[in-house]
Design a protein around this ligand. Sequence first.
Ligand code: DGL
Length: 253
Amino acid sequence: MMYSDYVGIFDSGVGGVSVLREIVKVLPRENILYFGDAKNAPYGDRPQEEIAQISLANADYLFNKGVKALVIACNTATSSAADIIRKKYPDKIVIGIEPAIKPAVEEHPGENILVMATTGTLKLGKFQQRMNELRDQANLISIPCPGLMDLIEQEDLQNPEIMDLLEKYIGEYRGQTRAVVMGCTHYPFVEPQIRSILGDIDVYNGASGEARELAHQLEERGLLSASENPDIIFESSDGRTETTDFYRRMLNI
Ligand code: DGL
């Protein structure tokens, strides 16, 4: 089957489903092919060259299936590989996710703003450059969260280990911050736990911006779908139906 009227999305796992949720809101008539690269996860602990190589292989896989647009629903993969993928596919729509640091800074000037992301993302030049551009406007505090994505992938969001790990990473900022940037697409799934630790905070997430950019580029090229019964297909590189069932569940909650 060729997927020429589908949008291809990939992430290292379930994280991209937090982006998919936004895409479904903005573009409810699009057919979607979602690919979670569980076999190679987590990306965030790998060297940049490896993340780039794996991400390019995912792009090849989805474009070989004929998708009309590619959404990189992963901050780590976007920072390491979006330029490389665009270079290889100059005529295709390739949308990356931008961490929503700017709106956080605009609404919380001069304050402490937590930027939670994978170790890989926070190390990357591109991400650091964006942080540096805004650094004089607010106190941006990088919080690498190794292990958090892995716990979310265990399919039990009530696992107390999630709370324990979050407490370790952000507990010291209780009462010290009113803004958190989700720099990894997995973290919105534990937003309630983050809020329960930090209290009254604004959460900034690049997913809705990415969905709007997709809508804009599809419209510009006359590629919007009008499917009456849009199809959402989930695939995982680990080949387990339990994994794709988990992705589907997370879309629907
Ligand atoms: N969901 C991913 C992100 O947005 C990465 C998680 C990982 O594979 O480490 O960065």
